[in-house]
Design a protein around this ligand. Structure first.
Ligand SMILES: [Zn+2]
Length: 275
């Protein structure tokens, strides 16, 4: 087991300050949240001097959302290709991600879905932190993306991606960490529970099938991803589908479908956190 040098974590904070957020929460967002009501007192009760604040299902929970890649990565290859230590190997600091054949980028997709998820989860009471602040910046490195979740002591963390596989392949899958004789080992079990919860909610909420080309029942376990290897909080990746598949590309380019994805992911996180 090798310890991660602090310097690796310190040099990756390349977050742009501009905010290009365009996500918009749909009216349907949040409808699936289980109703949790703290106050059962009759509204007509004269003794109820002050109503307690309405309890929300995710009150007190911290969720870190990592929108995969970043919109300007492709213009900064030297910064992005710099090698960082992910414990099992050295990997590029970040990658450009994929895109649909018509040019809709994975970075834009993950940013939009993450913005939508944030709105839904905050309405349900969660404190949400993102690993980047816009889709026109560079990075941060995968080491930093993990460090943000760790520092926040997140109850759950999710890295949002979409795949760039052979066009005939389709469907979604969830990636969970494996034991690597490292700090992630202690959250491998919890991450697996989180992954199954998100898998089930994603299937139900989006109607997309399990991946036809990777994993088993949409579940995959890997020890080569820095974002997972370096996590000390329960964390998963979701590959929402294959951007190179025509059917899924069309869905991902539809804002209504992205809202569906965001809602499904939020529900999966909530089910895990309430279990
Ligand atoms: Zn990706």
């Amino acid at each position: 087991m090798r310890a991660l040098p602090a310097s690796v974590l310190a040099v990756c904070g390349l977050i742009a300050s501009a905010c290009g957020g365009t996500g918009s929460g749909g009216a349907a967002a949040g409808q699936a949240a289980p109703a949790t009501t703290a106050a059962q007192a009759s509204p007509s009760s004269a003794t109820a001097k002050q109503a307690p604040p309405e309890a929300k299902p995710l009150d007190g929970k911290v969720i870190v959302i990592d929108p995969g890649h970043n919109g300007a990565n492709y213009r900064h290859p030297a910064e992005i290709n710099r090698k960082v230590n992910v414990l099992t190997q050295w990997k590029a600091c970040d990658t450009t991600g994929t895109s649909t054949n018509s040019g809709y980028s994975e970075a834009a997709f993950t940013w939009d879905v993450s913005q939508r998820m944030t709105k839904i989860l905050e309405r349900r009471g969660a404190e949400v932190k993102l690993t980047r602040t816009s889709n026109d910046g560079v990075g941060p490195c995968i080491t930093q993306r993990a460090a943000i979740g760790n520092k926040a002591k997140a109850d759950a963390a999710i890295s949002v991606h979409a795949d760039g596989a052979a066009p005939s392949g389709h469907g979604f899958h969830v990636i969970m960490p494996k034991k690597i004789n490292g700090p992630v080992d202690k959250v491998v079990g919890a991450s697996s529970k989180l992954g199954i919860s998100v898998r089930d909610a994603f299937r139900k909420g989006t109607g997309l099938p399990y991946s036809t080309y990777i994993g088993r029942n949409a579940l995959d376990y890997r020890s080569d991803l820095g974002g997972l290897n370096l996590s000390t909080v329960p964390k998963i990746f979701v590959e929402c589908g294959n951007m190179r598949n025509a059917g899924e590309a069309a869905k991902f380019q539809d804002p209504k479908f992205r809202q569906k994805i965001a809602l499904a992911l939020a529900n999966g996180l909530q089910h895990y956190l309430e279990a």
